[in-house]
Design a protein around this ligand. Structure first.
Ligand SMILES: NC(=O)c1ccc[n+]([C@@H]2O[C@H](COP(=O)([O-])OP(=O)(O)OC[C@H]3O[C@@H](n4cnc5c(N)ncnc54)[C@H](OP(=O)(O)O)[C@@H]3O)[C@@H](O)[C@H]2O)c1
Length: 413
């Protein structure tokens, strides 16, 4: 059962005033206008901030409807969900503010997508609400930004190509960030610091975060040992040094859940990891060590009270993020290397045309919401999906035609 198309709105952007919500809102306005083929609205807790946003967006936004709701006000969330078929939420850290909205979407059969990268929260939401989502018909899709659409859709694309060219999927896939230019926003830093703080206080959570299959359904938790880069390593395929990629902690979990939700289409023994290329020679090696040292310092200092305040002083605050120029000049280029069981190899590439975390994320999230609203058949069951397992080629078409992403095969051998 899904909602009727008779709701007032097709889609509501909850958290339109957030750093990324503003980028997303402008993107939807520029791409789809107001009151035309897409009926959409903006929502948030502060009427004055929402009205300021509308006036900053200019005259074309003057008829954009506004809905008021606080993330903890269940009656207001219920009223918001009753007006729309799809909610896009950017209100994070989701582990702090996100649950009442997920619960309300599940109860009202409203489709939902967001930008969370908080594994422990996703797992909690799946455990608590998956059964109810299946019966209400609500399709919930977390991780619809830079984490984890390029990785999840990148692996999905590679496996499609491998099946076409080799007649079988690749049992092992490695994603390498070749280049990425962008900055973190206050909201993302707050989410990362919240995970570090929670993990420091809870050994069970640390174990959960270390489990590559932590968000897979229990019957799909594979025993296959997963590669996991801890230090600097030299990659012969690309002739470059590698350092751990901070988003790999969420992306790898989403890719494994996608595999599970597609009935282990990539293989029961499928292995996957992510890393960043840091260049060749001594310079590349030193850059890898610098990244490892920087990540360790950030997470250690964020985890404990005496140093957390110091980190907070130097990182962007909620609502802050890269300038419009930095968003425009940002980009990313990800390479995927897949190998079949008998060694056939395919290399693919995914690129994005804006900074990964904001300019590109705003567009990806907007198109994930549009895909939920217009491309997914009503009889597709409710539940907690991933971008690749639910939105698949329909999302890829939107990403390439509207959101500035490319997917291509570089080489097969
Ligand atoms: N997956 C990715 O690639 C990716 C990329 C970027 C961001 N993110 C995640 O996306 C989220 C947003 O990031 P951001 O930097 O845009 O955040 P931000 O600028 O700090 O914005 C937070 C938003 O939450 C709203 N909010 C906070 N408490 C609320 C409440 N009680 N009720 C209603 N709204 C409330 C704020 O409303 P006010 O404006 O009224 O204060 C604001 O709109 C973060 O969780 C971040 O980690 C993920």
């Amino acid at each position: 059962m899904t909602k009727s198309a008779e709701t007032t709105h097709d889609l509501v952007v909850f958290g339109a005033t957030s750093f990324v919500g503003q980028i997303l809102t402008r993107y939807l306005l520029d791409t789809y206008g107001v009151g035309q083929s897409v009926k959409w609205a903006i929502a948030g807790r502060s009427e004055s901030k929402l009205n300021t946003l509308k006036s900053e967006l200019g005259n074309t936004a003057k008829d954009l409807p506004v809905i008021l709701a606080d993330a903890s006000d269940e009656a207001a969330l219920q009223a918001m969900c009753e007006q729309t078929r799809v909610i896009i939420s950017t209100v994070g850290p989701y582990a702090l503010y996100g649950e009442p909205l997920v619960q309300t979407c599940v109860r009202t059969g409203t489709d939902y997508c967001d930008l969370t990268g908080e594994v422990q929260w996703i797992r909690k939401m799946v455990e608590r609400y998956e059964e109810e989502a299946r019966s209400s018909g609500a399709r919930i899709v977390h991780c619809c930004g830079f984490d984890s659409i390029p990785s999840d859709m990148g692996v999905w694309f590679l496996q499609n190509q491998a099946e076409q060219v080799f007649g079988e999927p690749c049992l092992d896939v490695r994603m390498r960030v070749k280049t990425a230019k962008g900055e973190f926003s206050g909201g993302t830093v707050a989410s990362m610091m919240n995970v570090a703080k929670e993990a420091a206080a809870d050994p069970k959570l640390r174990k959960e975060l270390a489990n590559p299959f932590s968000i897979c359904p229990p019957e799909h938790r594979s025993e296959t040992r997963q590669p996991s880069l801890k230090g600097a390593e030299f990659d012969k395929t690309f002739n470059a040094w590698l350092a751990p990629f901070v988003m790999g902690a969420i992306n790898t979990r989403v890719v494994h859940r996608s595999n599970a939700l597609q009935d282990a289409r990539y293989g029961k023994e499928f292995t996957y990891d992510e890393a960043m290329m840091t260049g060749r020679g001594t310079k590349g090696r030193l850059a890898a060590y610098a990244i490892i040292g920087g990540l360790a310092a950030f997470f250690t200092a964020s985890a404990i009270k005496p140093t957390r305040w110091l980190v907070e002083k130097f990182v962007p605050q909620p609502g802050e993020g890269p300038s419009p120029e930095a968003q425009k000049s940002g980009f990313y280029d990800l390479r995927f290397v897949g190998r079949t069981e008998d060694g056939k190899t395919i290399i693919t590439k995914v690129t994005g045309d804006r900074d990964p975390g904001y300019g590109s994320t705003g567009k990806m999230l907007g198109e994930a919401g549009m895909c939920l609203a217009f491309d997914i058949p009503a009889d597709q069951p409710g539940g907690f999906w991933t971008p690749a397992s639910l939105l698949d080629g329909k999302l890829m078409e939107r990403l390439t035609s509207k959101a500035g992403l490319t997917f291509e095969v570089v080489e097969t051998r």
